[in-house]
Write a protein that binds this ligand. Structure first.
Ligand code: ATP
Ligand code: MG
Length: 265
């Protein structure tokens, strides 16, 4: 189980982008973290995986606690990224961040550098699971299709045999059919016991997979609840539809607007 409590993050010692974020990811669950561009979703994942300092970011307040299946609760903030991977947390980066100049197999090997398992056997398992990757194992990863690159990014993260997988917008820029494939893979991984924190702007996809969701805006959690409750919520529906039409800027604006409408009618 992962628990974030009252987390504050600043970049360059001045710009505060997370302002008291709290959330929980129970063991064995899929939890969705939703929100528009710039809300602070990626920053939240960086804080968990120990990558803030790479971006000149710093947690100024709050705690992140991780209790792996086998151990006592561990405080993650301040631990080096390597150690966090070693504790069973892996991240699939936004934008399918693979090594474009390396082959498929080299990408997988790069993901295995902290693996305690049998790397060759793990790679073989992935080739069976993702035959397209197996067929293209000696190919330069940059020439794979978008969907194949996303599968490779996920497979690479899995090489460290994580217990918790952080996924940053895995559906971004993919055709609907490929998004469905990625969603199916996420569901399979979860069925096999993987705990997943799923960051998405695709609320429909994420809430369909997750049992619980958080909506983030301007560095704050503005709404959370069981997925079905969020899917049924008219404010949320209007917010996301509005976003799709490029009309609505803020979940809070929608909420206030709807309140006023109710008030006036
Ligand atoms: N390295 C950085 N230095 C300064 N500001 C940053 C840095 N990285 C992110 N930010 C700012 O922090 C805020 C949150 O960014 P973040 O990337 O966490 O949002 P996000 O929810 O992941 O957005 P998106 O959906 O666009 O990926 C934004 O205002 C962004 O400009
Ligand atoms: Mg992001």
């Amino acid at each position: 189980m992962l628990e974030i409590a009252n987390l504050e993050v600043v970049y360059h010692s001045v710009v505060r982008v997370l302002d008291g974020v709290s959330l929980k990811v129970p063991e064995g669950s899929i939890v969705a973290l939703l929100g528009p561009n710039g809300a602070g979703k990626t920053t939240t994942l960086r804080a968990i995986s120990g990558l803030l300092d790479v971006h000149d970011g710093q947690a100024t307040k709050g705690t992140i606690t991780w209790e792996g299946p086998s151990g006592d609760p561990k405080a993650l903030l301040g631990s080096p990224a390597e150690q966090i991977v070693g504790a069973g947390i892996a991240q699939v980066m936004e934008g399918r961040r693979i090594f474009a100049d390396l082959t498929v197999e080299e990408n997988l090997l790069a993901g295995a550098h902290v693996s305690s398992g049998d790397v060759k056997q793990d790679i073989q398992k992935f080739y069976e699971r993702f035959p397209v990757l197996g067929d293209r194992r000696k190919r330069t990863a940059g020439y794979l299709s978008g969907g194949e690159q996303q599968m490779l990014a996920i497979a690479r993260a899995l090489m460290s045999r994580p217990k918790l997988l952080l996924m940053d917008e895995p559906s971004l820029g993919l055709a609907p059919k490929i998004v469905a494939d990625v969603a199916e893979l996420i569901r399979e991984l979860n069925d096999e016991g993987m705990t997943i924190l799923l960051v998405e702007q695709n609320a429909a996809m994420a809430l369909d997979l997750a049992e619980y969701g958080y909506v983030m805006e301007n560095g704050k959690i503005v709404r959370d609840g069981p997925s079905q409750e969020l899917l049924d919520d008219e404010d949320i529906q209007e917010f996301y539809l509005g976003m799709g039409r490029g009309e609505t800027k803020s979940y809070r604006d929608v909420k206030h607007y709807r309140r006023r409408k109710r008030w006036l009618s």
